[in-house]
Design a binder for this molecule. Structure first.
Ligand SMILES: O=c1[nH]c(=O)c2[nH]c(=O)[nH]c2[nH]1
Length: 304
């Protein structure tokens, strides 16, 4: 005998572009990729070929388009909560609704020195991401984040004092290139209702936290003389917790994208290592991968 231990289903890669016409004649665009996943009294579809309780994934897609037409799409934390809450309100047999949103960058173009009213450029692969989980009678949990923010510093990074034994080859360094593709997330205190999410949204806390987290990430990366990726990400996390009061935990996942020095001394004794290093070999793989979850002192981290 078998039993269905866990099931959820939905529509992934729902692509939406929203155009907003402003009173002053300018327009805004928001492009996002949405994933919806539902849980609840749905097992019979798997176990007994009974689809009566299945809200078709196509319906979930149509609902996503409709909600984007009927409600604000910004901030994504609010839109995700509206969509997730709708699934719980509309379908009593659905107990948990997951909505993930990836927002793609469209930065307003500067043309002849002025912001253009309706033209945009994809200036980076960086994404703003949001994961919303609405649980019936248990509130709305939101994780906000940044993905794909590629950064590099050509000095101001060290790595020394690490454990050494007969397996160690890596020399200590007091000056190296540091590069990473930032993946950062911050988990909000669970909000009891959609109205509470709306209040937070109207107070601007989600956009403020995203701006602060991005600024903190970039400024800490640039200005700290980093002793390790580990320490740098901890500094960033501490600052985000200080800046965003409604955030309970901060997570970072940072690949260490290595740039190796190249010994060129075989050519007439040419110096290209240590203080003389100018030409480096970027490495695509393997890469270090450093991760952490940082909580306020009074909150027990859930994933450590
Ligand atoms: O910042 C770093 N942390 C490490 O754990 C590590 N390991 C390594 O080889 N280089 C680095 N750099």
């Amino acid at each position: 005998m078998a039993s269905l231990n866990y099931a959820r289903y939905g529509k992934d890669n729902i692509r939406v572009l929203h155009r907003k016409r402003n009173q002053d004649g300018t327009q805004d665009v928001t492009e996002m990729t949405v994933c919806t996943l539902l849980e609840g009294d749905i097992a019979a579809s798997w176990t007994h070929s009974d689809n009566a309780n299945i809200v078709a994934t196509d319906t979930q897609k149509q609902t996503t388009y409709l909600m984007a037409r009927l409600h604000p799409v910004n901030p994504p934390e609010l839109f995700g909560s509206i969509l997730a809450d709708h699934f719980l309100q509309q379908y009593p047999h659905i107990s948990v609704a997951h909505v993930s949103i990836v927002v793609h960058r469209w930065a307003r173009m500067d043309v002849a020195g002025a912001p253009h009213p309706h033209s945009f450029v994809r200036d980076s692969d960086e994404k703003r991401v949001v994961n919303v989980v609405a649980r019936r009678d248990k509130g709305i949990s939101i994780r906000s984040g940044i993905k794909g923010l590629l950064v590099l510093k050509s000095t101001g990074s060290q790595f020394w004092g690490f454990h050494r034994d007969e397996y160690t080859r890596l020399p200590e360094t007091w000056d190296r290139i540091l590069s990473t593709e930032v993946e950062a997330g911050w988990n909000w205190k669970t909000l009891p209702t959609l109205d509470e999410v709306k209040k937070e949204s109207e107070a601007g806390v989600f956009d403020q936290a995203w701006n602060d987290a991005r600024k903190i990430t970039l400024e800490t990366f640039a200005t700290e003389n980093s002793p390790s990726v580990q320490n740098t990400m901890y500094m960033m996390s501490e600052k985000i917790l200080a800046a965003a009061k409604g955030v309970e935990t901060v997570e970072y996942s940072l690949p260490n994208k290595h740039y190796f020095e190249i010994d060129l001394s075989w050519f007439k004794g040419l110096k290209n290592t240590g203080e003389d290093a100018e030409v480096y070999a970027p490495q695509s793989d393997p890469n270090g991968l450093i991760q952490c979850t940082v909580a306020r002192k009074d909150v027990t981290p859930s994933k450590l």
